[in-house]
Design a protein around this ligand. Structure first.
Ligand code: PPS
Length: 287
């Protein structure tokens, strides 16, 4: 246990996510018409979230502008200073179709996610870029620990000992469910390469169409540059994130890890990656 977090069933959690919340979330009532966005932190959640919100309002910018993200998205692991009602309680009162979001590992997520078969969009990102993005998130997020050095942080990431637990466990769990009818497994790197195709996939999977001739506009709306400059999306107004330390929308690149991993860290991580991913068939683009 630290000043910020503790371990529950092998997974590190911020202290503010109390045991009773974790217990209540397990029996949270999932609806068949929910859309669930599930990710390991820093995988492109906010990006996919914006695509979902935009699609859900018919890609109408005026309608989108009126939407408050925290109202539209029910984020189960939400922590906000001064929060009076926990996310699962608020979500239970929301009308369908809800857009639900979680970073929880399988052992803590609502059990009905499996039995009710809501639509699940899972976004994965290569772990090296996640490591760097998450490092800056630890620095700027006031509710989680800041590491003194990159080396100290790297070891914790390597050990799967950060808030949210092991990247390998979570990604392999959802990869093994990728062929379920209700699961769409996406990769951040593919979104970077061809965002339009991924948007079409999401749109067809959920059944929220992109109006004829509007795809380019959706791609533009969800581009890194546009999202970085939109205060409704980029967390500049958040009390939880100190953007003077690091902006939430930081670089949005594939391959930034090369500026941080030392040669020996990279070798050690590659070895671990090979062991853990062996036989899974799950691959990532790292540059
Ligand atoms: S969180 O805190 O877990 O919800 O973070 P998450 O949103 O999953 O991930 C944040 C990283 O995603 C990048 N991002 C984008 N990249 C490319 N294009 C777009 N539109 C986009 N939107 C968000 C964001 O910049 C973070 O990555 P890094 O590498 O830190 O820049």
């Amino acid at each position: 246990m630290t000043k910020y977090d503790r371990i529950v069933d092998g997974i590190r959690y911020p202290l503010a996510i109390k045991d009773e919340i974790l217990e209540a979330v397990k029996t949270f009532e999932v609806r068949e018409d929910d859309v669930w966005l599930i990710t390991y932190r820093k995988s492109g959640t906010t990006w996919a979230q914006e695509i979902l919100i935009f699609l859900s309002c018919g890609c109408d910018l005026a309608k989108r502008d009126k939407i408050d993200i925290t109202e539209r998205i029910s984020f189960l692991d939400l922590l906000k200073p001064g929060m009076t009602e926990f996310a699962h309680v608020t979500a239970a009162k929301k009308p369908s179709p809800r857009i639900m979001e979680t970073h929880m590992q399988s052992r803590h997520m609502p059990r009905e996610i499996i039995t009710k078969k809501p639509k699940i969009v899972y976004v994965a990102r290569n772990p090296k870029d996640i490591a760097v993005s998450f490092y800056y998130f630890h620095k700027s997020n006031k509710l989680i620990k800041t590491f003194e050095t990159w080396d100290e942080y790297f070891q914790a990431f390597y050990d799967g000992d950060l808030v949210g637990g092991s990247w390998f466990d979570m990604n392999l769990y959802w990869w093994n469910r990728r062929n379920d009818d209700n699961v769409l497994f996406l990769k951040y790197e593919d979104m970077k390469e061809d965002l339009g195709s991924v948007i079409v996939k999401i749109s067809e999977f959920i059944g929220w169409p992109v109006p004829e001739g509007k795809l380019e506009e959706v791609v533009q709306h969800c581009s890194f540059g546009n999202m970085k400059n939109n205060p409704k999306i980029n967390y500049t107004e958040s009390k939880m994130i100190d953007i003077s330390i690091s902006p939430f929308m930081r670089k949005g690149l594939v391959g930034d890890w090369k500026n941080y991993f030392t040669v020996s860290q990279n070798e050690a991580f590659d070895k671990l990656y090979e062991e853990k991913m062996k036989g899974s068939g799950l691959t990532f683009r790292f540059e």
